[in-house]
Design a protein around this ligand. Structure first.
Ligand code: SF4
Length: 704
């Protein structure tokens, strides 16, 4: 790396990967490398890091790093180009597509790992410079069902409406479809401390994961049936007289319909659907209802379903009926996955949203943001396609795409189809740090800076806004995403409004978010540096009625007095069990579920470049039960083909009794023959537009 500060003082910052956003110190060494050391002042991880965070600097110095723009030549290969040529070609192609096919033929695809400043600027760029409605991001594939269910129930979505530090002090936690032991290992201490303090942990997962091994009770439902499981528990809550009638009366609405729906889900019926026995259901209800306080935390398991919003809604119903939401040490929360999965959905890169978590269809929101942006509100486009629908429309409705911070060739459902759609585009530009599988298809690749080479803010799974600091300079030839958008805006005739300094962008973001649900107006870089993080909403003093100009403290805990609905009451959702979009049949008799392993992250674009992580997790595998393996004549390590209606993937068998006999599991971090997302089903949730990553029907075959 070049341009490194002449100092060995550690820079306190945060990990580039998951939503826990662990604190770490970075120190540049004389040989150009960067050392990671413990940062004990950040309370979430208190210095602990998983292997991904510890080895993150390896990606900064990776030989795979791009240090020059690349342009596709007449011969079809990617060749180095100057920044002027590359930006000129991107701007020229975007302008040509718009002139020939209209603004909505331009697509923009962002990512949940982008800083708040980048997500904000990307949304503004799409709507103000390109004038397109066609912008969405990969966070749609992450937690959008939890967000939709949270808004429906509470009037507001903040992943965790309470800080992680509340977990050890509650009485019982139900973790649904979440495996923090692998996805965010330093967070496991919260659950260990919970148990040390006398609390109980229930894990709902079709696999006996490392997290499930630590649980007091592990429920292993058939994939796609946890909605029924939650309803079965609610049925028992009612039948056993455990409803908190006073709370339901005072703080909720819609109970009668939700109660009626749950009463149709007899425990024996739920046992038949889920495979979870009635005694197990009763035990779960007893454990959840016994203490004064309890929580339900969901992750991708219940969320990545074509009924994800209702599945999360069913778990929220359980919390509401037992008086667990909006009370100290109790509630429902979502453990967001991507680094800025929370902030990434708040600042306008989502198809239906404006900064501050405002709705794009709300006239007052449009007026407010348009004023900050200095444009006519009527010039702002309306909502566009959701992420999978956008990718599916490439080459037809959408002719040119600008993609930043995502690798859908590996991470999108029905990935072979998405890859084919990307290839059919008139023009594709990708900003990335390495030549990802998606960047390799591009007409222009723009090499950009990484976490440690730039400043910016991230919003963690707790809703805590954090400052990631620049610790080193970027390599020669690399520019920041903000510089890319500034350069493109200028070439497309918009000279102002696209600053390249993150703090300047944040100052504008503060104004754009002021008065919105996710209000950041009382937060600035100085404060973040001083306090180590601030929970939103945090209005500026002038917006805090009666505060007399005092600094707003931020809001670690939401909903304690009222929910964010018009009448302050939480809403039950009258939901019922329904089958997954694809149920097993004779041709495809087994269920596939997908997920992560501890040593890789998302599409692996970064972590697959780290030797230590590759040694720990070198490639994909198919986890299957010994009974299924015996039926197929497959032994540990034998190649196994998994075939769905979308394609075929091959990977070595990993035989374990820790998975249901009717289910196989594949991690999704790898491209090529073992790409799990070749198989996954893009059936969408009608509300959140989340694809059904977590369950589809497959056939499993031994490979000769
Ligand atoms: Fe980074 Fe997440 Fe690991 Fe923490 S748990 S070090 S944030 S990847």
């Amino acid at each position: 790396n070049t341009g490194m500060p002449n100092t060995a003082t550690p820079t306190p910052t945060h990990c580039p990967y998951c939503a826990l956003q662990c604190g770490m110190n970075l120190t540049p060494a004389a040989d150009g490398t960067v050392e990671v050391s413990e940062r004990v002042d950040f309370p979430v991880n208190r210095g602990a890091l998983c292997g991904k965070g510890r080895t993150a600097p390896a990606v900064l110095a990776s030989s795979a790093r791009l240090t020059s723009p690349l342009m596709r030549s007449a011969e079809g290969t990617l060749v180095p180009a100057s920044w002027d040529e590359a930006l000129g070609r991107v701007a020229g192609n975007l302008a040509r597509t718009r002139a020939e096919h209209g603004a909505d033929a331009l697509g923009v695809f962002g990512g949940g790992g982008l800083t708040n400043e980048k997500a904000y600027t990307l949304g503004k760029f799409a709507r103000v410079v390109l004038g397109t409605s066609q912008i969405d991001y990969n966070g749609r594939f992450c937690m959008s069902s939890a967000a939709a269910a949270g808004v429906r129930a509470f009037g507001l979505d903040r992943g965790l409406p309470f800080p992680l530090e509340d977990i050890p002090r509650t009485g019982c936690v139900i973790l649904v479809g979440s495996n923090p032991a692998e996805t965010m290992p330093p967070s496991l201490r919260y659950f260990t401390e919970l148990r040390e303090n006398g609390g109980t942990l229930i894990v709902v997962d079709p696999r006996r994961t490392r997290t499930a091994e630590q649980a007091d009770l592990h429920l292993a439902p058939r994939p796609g049936t946890d909605l029924a499981l939650a309803l079965g528990m609610l049925h028992l809550v009612v039948a056993e007289g455990r409803v908190d009638e006073r709370y339901v009366e005072e703080r909720t609405a819609g109970w009668e319909e939700a109660r009626a729906a749950a009463m149709g889900h007899w425990p024996e019926y739920v046992e038949r659907i889920t495979g979870v026995s009635v005694p197990e259901l009763r035990e779960a209800v007893r454990m959840f209802c016994a203490p004064e306080a309890a929580m339900v935390l969901t992750a991708r398991g219940p969320e990545q379903q074509a009924k994800g919003t209702d599945t999360v809604g069913a778990w929220i119903n359980l919390c509401l009926a037992t008086g667990r939401a909006g009370r100290p040490l109790s509630g429902y929360g979502c453990l967001t996955g991507q680094g800025n999965g929370q902030g990434g959905r708040e600042h306008g890169q989502k198809a239906d949203q404006l900064p501050g978590y405002r709705r794009l269809t709300d006239p007052a929101a449009r007026r407010h943001v348009a004023e900050v942006w200095g444009v006519d509100p009527d010039s702002l486009p309306g909502p566009g396609r959701s992420a999978y629908e956008l990718l599916d429309a490439l080459g037809t409705g959408i002719r040119s795409l600008l993609l930043m911070g995502s690798n859908p060739v590996v991470s999108a459902p029905r990935a072979a189809h998405v890859e084919e759609r990307l290839r059919s585009l008139d023009f594709l530009a990708v900003c990335d740090v390495v030549l990802s599988e998606t960047a390799a298809l591009a007409d222009v690749v723009l090499p950009v800076t990484q976490w440690a080479e730039e400043s910016g803010t991230m919003t963690s799974l707790e809703g805590r806004v954090l400052l990631r600091r620049r610790a080193i300079g970027p390599p020669d030839g690399v520019r920041s995403d903000l510089e890319v958008l500034h350069g493109l805006a200028g070439r497309l005739g918009v000279e102002k409004g696209f600053p390249t300094e993150p703090e300047e962008v944040f100052e504008e973001l503060r104004r754009a978010s002021a008065g919105g649900p996710a209000d950041y107006s009382g937060i600035d870089y100085r404060r973040l540096a001083e306090e180590g993080g601030v929970f939103w909403p945090c209005p500026a003093p002038e917006e805090t009625a009666g505060a007399g100009g005092d600094r707003h403290p931020g809001t670690p805990r939401l909903f304690l007095d009222r929910f964010a609905t018009d009448d302050g009451r939480a809403r039950f959702a009258p939901v019922s069990h329904r089958p997954s979009a694809e149920e097993p049949d004779e041709e495809y008799p087994v269920l596939l579920t997908t997920g992560r392993v501890v040593a890789q992250y998302q599409s692996g674009a970064q972590t697959r470049r780290v030797d230590e992580l590759n040694a720990a997790a070198p490639g994909p595998f198919v986890e299957l039960h010994p009974r299924l393996a015996a039926r197929l004549g497959v032994a540990e390590g034998d190649p196994v083909a998994v075939v769905s209606r979308r394609g075929r993937a091959v990977a070595p068998a990993r035989v374990t009794a820790g998975i249901r006999p009717d289910t196989v599991f594949m991690p999704f971090h790898w491209p090529g023959e073992g790409r799990a997302n070749t198989l996954t089903n893009p059936a969408l949730d009608p509300t959140s537009r989340m694809p059904e990553f977590k369950v589809c029907a497959v056939r499993v075959e031994a490979v000769a």
